[in-house]
Design a binder for this molecule. Structure first.
Ligand code: UT7
Length: 320
């Protein structure tokens, strides 16, 4: 019997505070029209002082658990993808496990920047297919606003805070059809966020730095290739895909991928206008939104993809 990872619940959380392009244009030399035309972003959410990556993860996770109608204790693996954990350790996944009152199973973090939720889905899928886990919670959660240099107009316009969750259960029916993850560690100088204390350099700041234009070009090419790889692995045609749920980095990257798939933008889930780039949370936030508003229906074929620092990139093809 083949075991598949079936989606049984999704959740999402966005902090209340909204920072608009106009708000940012009061801090750095930019305009609403420049930001919107070049990125597709109008607003992003900012976590409150008392919020943490694990507190936001808990809200998204509880929504997914409620949708799935299971007891938290049935979850035997928790994977949290984040680049902004509140502690170096204990990991955000252990903090979340405690918040959910789960004492069994195992919880661990992964760090794959903006591709984190896809990497999490890949690991969850392997655990379920091998029989090593039965019920797996994957959460992407980020407080990017705290690692953003608010004097750098090349990056502070892009990022936002939020958490997305997905709950997977072993099933005889699909399910996750395939996952594909990759990395190439040559590109630290194009996109990075240092950890000054761990580097023995506590005087430098731990902010995101990015050569946006160069990252953009690699992202467009790489995402084109991952689409081909995913379809070929499943013996599928472009027309077999009902929904594209892309990482929300830049509307021009998203439209490029949709064009490659010959998909209308009506089949693409776009959240970045109101949320910006929430890194590892973005794909799961978008997936949750489209499930909850009824766009993604049972039986639909959904292609999720992401690209991020590392570089890391990947995709997941899901029969919802
Ligand atoms: O999620 C992980 C992956 N990340 C990404 O995929 C991000 C990919 N990169 C991008 O989304 C885009 O490169 C940006 C939105 C970051 C920048 O857009 P761009 O079209 O690539 O602009 P650019 O960096 O080539 O800069 C063009 C011009 C420059 O001015 P000059 O040298 O032509 O006079 C910049 O200084 O735009 C200027 N500029 C701005 N102007 C107004 C850069 N940022 C801003 C700004 N407001 N915020």
């Amino acid at each position: 019997m083949t075991a598949y990872a079936k989606v049984i619940g999704t959740g999402g959380y966005l902090p209340a505070e909204i920072k608009s392009n106009d708000d940012i244009s009061k801090i750095v030399d930019t305009t609403d029209s420049w930001i919107f035309e070049r990125t597709g972003i109008r607003n992003r959410r900012i976590a409150a002082a008392d919020e943490t990556t694990s507190s936001m993860a808990e809200i998204a996770a509880r929504q997914a658990i409620e949708m799935a109608d299971i007891a938290p204790n049935e979850i035997d693996l928790i994977i949290v993808a984040t680049g902004t954990p509140e502690n170096v350790y204990p990991g955000a996944a252990c903090m979340l496990q405690y918040r959910l009152g789960i004492k069994n199973g195992v919880a661990f973090d992964i760090q794959a920047a903006c591709s984190g939720s896809i990497f999490g889905l890949d690991i969850a899928n392997q655990y379920i297919k091998s029989g090593a886990a039965k019920t797996v919670l994957v959460v992407g959660t980020e407080i990017n606003s705290r690692i953003t240099d608010w004097t750098d107009r090349g990056t502070c316009i892009l990022f936002g805070d939020g958490a997305g969750a997905i709950l997977l259960l072993t099933s005889e029916e699909p399910g996750v059809l395939s996952t594909h993850i990759h990395s190439d560690g040559r590109f630290e100088d194009l996109l990075s966020c240092p950890n000054p204390q761990a580097q023995g350099n506590p005087d430098t700041t731990g902010y995101i730095s990015m050569k946006g234009n160069e990252v953009f070009k690699v992202a467009v090419n790489t995402l084109g290739r991952i689409v081909d790889e995913t379809l070929a692995a499943n013996n599928m045609q472009k027309t077999d895909v009902d929904w594209l749920v892309p990482h929300q980095a830049n509307i021009r990257i998203i439209t490029g991928t949709a064009k490659k798939l010959k998909m209308s933008m009506n089949q693409v889930v776009v959240t970045l206008e109101e949320q910006g780039n929430t890194s590892s949370a973005s794909v799961l936030l978008a997936f949750n939104e489209a499930v909850r508003d009824g766009r993604i229906q049972r039986g639909h074929i959904v292609l999720l993809e992401a690209f991020g620092a590392g570089f890391t990139w990947g995709s997941a093809l899901i029969k919802y």
